[in-house]
Design a protein around this ligand. Structure first.
Ligand code: ATP
Ligand code: MG
Length: 147
C-alpha cells in the first residue's frame, strides 16, 4: 500500500504530519527515510503537534532518542544517524522500544537503515524526497502486513 502527497513547503510538511498523527490510535513504529535535510525532523515536529505534544521538538542527533510524554500517545523520536548496526542500538538499550508487544507509544525513526533488522516487520515507512528547495514528495507505505 503506497500513498504519495506533494508538500509545497515546510509548513505543509508539518501540517501533513500533524494530520497523520491525529489518525494514529495505538502503538506504531514509523521510519522516516530521506537524505540529509530532506525534512525528517521537520515531519517529526508536525507529528508531535498532532499527538498534542507542546514541548519543543529538536533533533535527537546527539541523544539518539528524545521522548515526549505529554501527548495523547508517548512519542519516541530516534535519529540513528551515528549508529551502524542493530547490535549497537541494542547495546545502548534501545531494543525494547521496537517490540510491538510492549511498546507504549509511537516510535518515529530517522536513519533506520543504519540499524537494519531492529524495526519490527510491521511498520510504516515514510519517504521524503527533495523535488526542489521547497517542495518534497512524501510517500507513505505499510511494510510487513502482507507477504
Ligand atoms: N517542503 C519542505 N518540507 C520539509 N522541510 C523543508 C521543506 N522545504 C524546505 N525545507 C527545509 O529543509 C530542511 C529540512 O531539515 P530537517 O532537519 O527536517 O531534515 P532531516 O531530514 O531531518 O535531516 P537530517 O538527516 O540531517 O536529520 C529545513 O531547513 C527546512 O526548512
Ligand atoms: Mg533530522
Amino acid at each position: 500500500m503506497q500513498i504519495e502527497v506533494l508538500s509545497e513547503n515546510e509548513e505543509m510538511t508539518k501540517s501533513i504530519a500533524e494530520k497523520y498523527a491525529k489518525s494514529i490510535t495505538s502503538r506504531a513504529v514509523i521510519s522516516l527515510v530521506g537524505d540529509l535535510g530532506a525534512g525528517k525532523t521537520t515531519f517529526a515536529k508536525g507529528f508531535a503537534k498532532g499527538l498534542g505534544i507542546t514541548d519543543l521538538v529538536t533533533s535527537p542527533t546527539f541523544t539518539i532518542m528524545n521522548d515526549y510524554k505529554s501527548g495523547r500517545l508517548n512519542l519516541y523520536h530516534f535519529d540513528m544517524y551515528r549508529l551502524s548496526s542493530k547490535e549497537e542500538a541494542e547495546e545502548l538499550g534501545f531494543g525494547e522500544y521496537f517490540d510491538l508487544r510492549t511498546l507504549d507509544g509511537v516510535c518515529l525513526v530517522e536513519w533506520a537503515e543504519n540499524v537494519k533488522g531492529l524495526l519490527p516487520a510491521l511498520h510504516v515507512e515514510i519517504t521524503i524526497t527533495k523535488v526542489d528547495e521547497t517542495k518534497r514528495k512524501i510517500g507513505f507505505s505499510v511494510k510487513g502486513w502482507v507477504k
